[in-house]
Design a protein around this ligand. Structure first.
Ligand code: CA
Ligand code: CA
Length: 168
């Protein structure tokens, strides 16, 4: 009797999975793989969609949140091929310290950024390897970047290279 109930439950769950798998993957093709991604640093939630505005809503970015860093797939802050915006609810401090870090490795934004902007007193430091960056003294990675229209001109060349970053 008990076995029969469990078997029925498994069958019911299998039915649910089969039923939802198709619409879920259809949503992923327009959502998770969208060109514009937004990170909500306060919650860790990340969403991608066809527009930055839609991605902000999906990532539950509130009206009080501000942009910290924005990466562009293309040079010269051209958003057409994709953007990656990191948001938070407070501005960065003026000192260079470890305020936030973010790991792009394993995702669509690994080795992709070609230009970058920062906002609200934030600067960004790019790292070649997967993160979070392990250098406690902030000695590795690129220089601190406020704004770069062409990341190939930064240091040893950072075009399509960043796999993680720090924000200060
Ligand atoms: Ca790129
Ligand atoms: Ca890299």
């Amino acid at each position: 009797m008990r076995i029969r109930i469990v078997a029925g439950l498994v069958a019911a769950l299998a039915g649910v999975v089969t039923f939802t798998a198709s619409p879920a993957s259809a949503g992923a093709s327009s959502g998770a793989q969208g060109a514009h991604c937004v990170v909500n640093l306060d919650t860790g939630k990340v969403a991608c969609d066809d527009t930055e505005q839609q991605a902000r809503q999906l990532a539950d970015v509130g009206v009080l949140a501000v942009n910290a860093v924005k990466l562009y797939d293309r040079k010269n802050f051209d958003p057409d091929a994709g953007t990656f915006t990191i948001t938070t609810t407070r501005s960065c401090t003026s000192a260079y310290e470890h305020e936030y870090s973010y790991n792009m490795a394993g995702g669509a934004w690994n080795n992709r950024a070609s230009s970058v902007e920062t906002f609200n007193s934030c600067d960004v430091k790019l790292y070649d390897a997967a993160g979070p960056p392990s250098d406690p003294n902030l000695t590795g990675g690129s220089t601190w970047i406020d704004r770069a229209a062409d990341l190939s001109a930064i240091g040893g060349g950072w075009n399509n290279r960043a796999s993680s970053l720090r924000i200060s």
